[in-house]
Design a protein around this ligand. Structure first.
Ligand code: SAJ
Length: 415
């Protein structure tokens, strides 16, 4: 029976560990955070994700997964630690480095090491392989197997996509890639394609960058449409009817921990100016500021205006509020001394106060829809119109049904 040590028990590490534990492996999950280790060791989760509790508890009750702060001897080591963005827009690789140093203390000839964390091209060979070599004299490709296997799962659908998405694995050599494939094919029902390390690292980055550039195009179009006085949503509806056009929806900004970050990893080590990638990033980063300016212009003639913000999470139907455009919009509103309240019944751990529906809307002058949660679907515009002082809506997601909104006498603005 093979033992796998998974280092980093966040949104990727924990589902992967649970999945492998339910498919024949003995799993040691390692995390540096006491709170994470304590919670998981007592059989409860520190993060929310549909179906994750089920798969974790199955593994936990069957004693196929243990959780610890310390790495141990294993046959396979999988690194799933965060690689956030530094202030100067580079990958923070210190957790990958620490994990590699930790692995160095326990690795033996013939073991397999897999990096899953999104990283700039070259990281698996140079940082992971290089650190292990420096500390042990064991050489990747000769003494141990080394692979990069990026995750591609969508927050909110992680457990489903972990099983059903195609995967790519890069190896320092073909044998390493094949060894890693054996592990993942225990639970992945779709194709697993093999390539080299740098290609796999690059592919992961360009998938999110492709989406970011598409979103920047769409967000820029929304501003240009504003200049022309054209409705962007009407434009999108028609343009996307073309069989080879698929423009994503504009919005109040691009949030999350991947799409706004990964494009920087592509360009951080190359000497190229004026890349489309960087320009796209800057356009998307500007969107929350553009929305805050639009808010300010809509309430400029009102004395002591009150704004109701609907949506605190980084996208619809998830509870994650980190890296959400709402955070930036609030920062901008504060700079402008505009008072606001936030309503989001599914948001978790938001930095600012979350009000209930009535409190958020009472005497409000402007309702701004920032996230299109399903829970806002059957919203009662009659009640809203009675609670608000001024009946004005700014819908940044083209979410509300304009007929219902207009029926209750709202002024309705879109992005
Ligand atoms: N967004 C829009 N308009 C759209 C679609 C999204 O404004 O039409 C915004 C969302 O509101 C959100 C941001 O973009 O703020 C990112 O959301 P997302 O759903 O595009 O992506 P993530 O960050 O939740 O997950 C992405 C996925 N990548 C791709 O689809 C290429 C996922 O598959 C990756 O595994 C994940 O990043 C990751 O971990 O890298």
């Amino acid at each position: 029976m093979e033992k796998i040590c998974i280092i980093g028990l966040g949104y990727i590490g924990l589902p992967t560990a649970s999945m492998l534990a339910n498919n024949g492996y003995d799993i040691l999950g390692v995390d540096i955070n006491d709170h994470v280790v304590d919670k998981l060791s007592s059989g409860s989760l520190h993060i929310e994700e549909p179906n994750l509790e089920d798969i974790f508890l199955r593994a936990f009750k069957n004693k196929k997964i243990r959780v610890s702060k310390n790495i141990e001897k294993s046959d396979v080591f999988i690194i799933t630690v965060p690689t956030p963005l530094t202030e100067d827009k580079k990958a923070e690789l210190k957790y990958v480095l620490e994990a590699s140093i930790g692995i160095s203390k326990y690795i033996k000839k013939g073991n397999l090491v897999i990096l899953e964390s999104t990283s700039p091209p070259g990281t698996t060979k140079d940082l992971v392989g290089g650190t292990i070599f420096k500390n042990t004299d064991l050489q990747a490709g000769k003494d141990f197997y080394l692979a990069f296997c990026p995750e591609r799962v969508l927050p909110g659908k992680i457990v489903y996509e972990l099983v059903n998405n195609k995967r790519i694995i890069g190896g320092i050599d073909r044998k390493s890639a094949k060894k890693a494939k054996e592990i993942y094919s225990r639970f992945v029902k779709n194709e697993i394609l093999l390539t080299d390390l740098k290609t796999a690292e690059f592919v992961k980055l360009i998938e999110n960058t492709y989406r970011d550039v598409n979103l920047a195009f769409s967000n820029e179009l929304s501003m240009i449409c504003g200049d022309y006085g054209i409705d962007i949503w009407e434009v999108m509806k028609h343009a996307n009817m073309h069989p080879r056009v698929n423009i994503l929806n504009p919005g109040p900004g691009v949030g999350g921990h991947c799409i706004p970050i990964d494009p920087w990893f592509i360009i951080q080590n190359i000497d190229r100016k004026d890349t489309l990638i960087e320009k796209s990033r800057n356009i998307n980063d500007k969107m929350p500021v553009v929305v805050a300016e639009k808010i300010a212009s809509l309430i400029k003639d009102i004395e002591n205006p009150r704004i109701s913000l609907f949506g605190a999470t980084y996208k619809e139907n998830i509870s994650d509020t980190r890296e959400s455009p709402t955070n930036i919009i609030i920062r901008e509103l504060k700079k402008k001394n505009i008072s606001f309240s936030v309503y989001d019944p599914i948001a978790d751990n938001f930095k600012f106060k979350i009000s209930d529906f009535e409190e958020c809307l009472t005497d409000s002058d402007l309702l701004v829809l920032l996230v299109g949660h399903d829970v806002y679907d059957n919203i009662d515009f009659d009640t809203i119109s009675k609670l608000m002082r001024n009946k004005v809506i700014l819908d940044t997601r083209n979410f509300f049904n304009s007929e219902s909104v207009l029926k209750y006498g709202f002024k309705y603005y879109k992005l």
